[in-house]
Design a protein. Structure first.
Length: 462
């Protein structure tokens, strides 16, 4: 029997374990932080649970156009509806813990052994598992490193868990901040800024670039920033935090350009650091790349024979879905099953702001840079019948296709539930469908997804 040892129980680890067990391997997971990893316990599941409440508040805020009235409150939704953050965060923690238990039960049913402790390599074929009872040597025919990452902090902005917070610490708050300063306008910063503002918090978002979400589609990012500022959020562009300090029950944020922002709380969203230190990686022949990420190829192999890597510790498009796929690919390859290399051009992703921004495939930036030749169309949702009925004014569908064949190579959806609406575009990209294939498929009328088909029709050529 093939012995597989996996270090880390997040999506990359537990999905790999299930695949390896399915293929008949003897599987052991060594996990330090809890099954599900940060994705389940401190990141994706908690943040999207918080955002679910924010979505309800956004819907209430914008419901007056649909004829909704708040008796005795002069249509002031903030008087008519409020958020109990303590109750919200209690629900967040309960759901995260429940999801972790569900995953652990699946592993148990698959006869995967889980060791609660810290794992490190002792050469490429042995993992040392350190627990409260001592150290256990685990012989392995294949090892998967899925140790994840943690929030990056600044030397001059140290989290205290009370007023200066990382995104893992916000769920300990019992009351809404009076004024929240969010440092970093990438996906994490933008999501939390959007969510807390919808919950009724005054928010200042600090961006090092001239707009939020510098890594996303420029049209989408510009639209989102316009929506956020229209709703009353302060976006401070082209500056970075130089220092964040406590001042009693307040925080003082000094920016690199000399400006000073005051708030009741500060959230640091300035990137992630891989959990690769002290694991014996380089001694075992595993090469670490810039930023100390585990270097892997498209079938998740590291430079050490029999050692694979998956998830945030590899720095490859840090998404739970990608981590899970890297883990599955690693086991398919290690155990001799059919396997296709990871293709990042088929990965769909979503920014859970209001509105949401979903993308897949080739980007506008790549097209503009001449990396690939493509035709494109952008269709505002303002002309969509269902969007009008729902009072949706902000959003669009954008499709990219090859000039000659019409094969769909990418797309962007901005609007409510874009994470769901991107799926037909993702299918088109993954299966190399043409714009005519997409256009000829029936859609419901009225539906926002109808704009995907309409965009495809506009790209038709005889």
């Amino acid at each position: 029997m093939t012995h597989v040892v996996i270090v880390g129980g997040g999506p990359g680890g537990y999905e790999a374990a299930l695949v390896a067990a399915q293929l008949g391997a003897d599987v052991t997971i060594v996990d330090r932080d809890g099954i599900g990893g940060s994705a389940v316990l401190t990141d994706c599941v908690p943040s999207k649970t918080l955002i679910a409440t924010a979505e309800v508040m956004t819907a209430v805020q914008e419901s007056s156009e649909l004829g909704v009235r708040f008796a005795g409150h002069d249509d002031d939704f903030r008087q008519a509806a409020s958020v109990d953050l303590g109750a919200v965060n209690a629900r967040v923690k309960e759901l995260a813990a429940s999801q972790s238990v569900d995953i652990a039960q699946r592993l148990d049913e698959a006869k995967v052994r889980v060791i609660s402790g810290t794992g490190r390599l002792d050469g490429p074929e042995t993992v040392l598992a350190t627990t409260d009872d001592g150290v256990e040597r685990l012989a392995a025919d294949a090892v998967l490193l899925a140790t994840g990452a943690r929030p990056r902090v600044l030397e001059t902005a140290q989290p205290d868990g009370e007023r200066i917070l990382t995104w893992e610490q916000v769920y300990n708050l019992d009351e809404l901040p009076e004024r929240l300063v969010v440092i970093g306008s990438g996906v994490t910063g933008a999501e939390f800024a959007s969510a807390y503002h919808a919950l009724g918090v005054e928010v200042a978002l600090v961006s090092s670039r001239d707009r939020v979400l510098p890594g996303e589609d420029a049209d989408a990012a510009e639209l989102l920033q316009g929506v956020l500022t229209r709703r009353g959020m302060t976006v401070v562009g082209r500056s970075r935090a130089n220092e964040v300090v406590r001042d009693g029950d307040a925080v003082v944020v000094t920016l690199t350009d000399g400006r000073i922002l005051r708030g009741s709380h500060c959230l640091l969203a300035v990137g992630s650091v891989p959990n690769t230190a002290g694991l014996g990686l380089e001694e075992a022949g595993v090469t670490l790349e810039d930023g100390d990420f585990v270097g892997v190829d498209r079938v998740s192999r590291t430079t050490a024979r029999g050692v694979y890597g998956a998830g945030d510790c590899t720095g490859v498009l840090m998404l739970a879905s990608v981590a899970a796929m890297q883990g599955r690919i690693a086991m398919w390859h290690a155990l001799g099953d059919a396997v296709a290399p990871l293709d990042l051009k088929t990965v769909s992703s979503n920014v859970f702001t209001a509105p949401e921004i979903a993308t897949v495939g080739w980007s506008q930036r790549a097209v503009d840079a001449g990396e690939i030749e493509a035709r494109s169309v952008m269709l505002p949702l303002a002309g969509n019948a269902r969007a009008k009925m729902q009072g949706v004014h902000d959003g669009f569908v954008k499709l990219f296709c090859r000039p000659g064949t019409g094969i769909v190579i990418g797309g962007v959806v901005v609007g409510p539930h874009a994470s769901e609406l991107i799926h037909p575009v993702s299918l088109a990209v993954g299966e190399r469908l043409t714009v005519d294939d997409v256009a000829h498929a029936f859609t419901v009328y009225p539906s926002i997804s109808g704009s995907v088909a309409e965009a495809a029709r506009r790209l038709h050529r005889r």
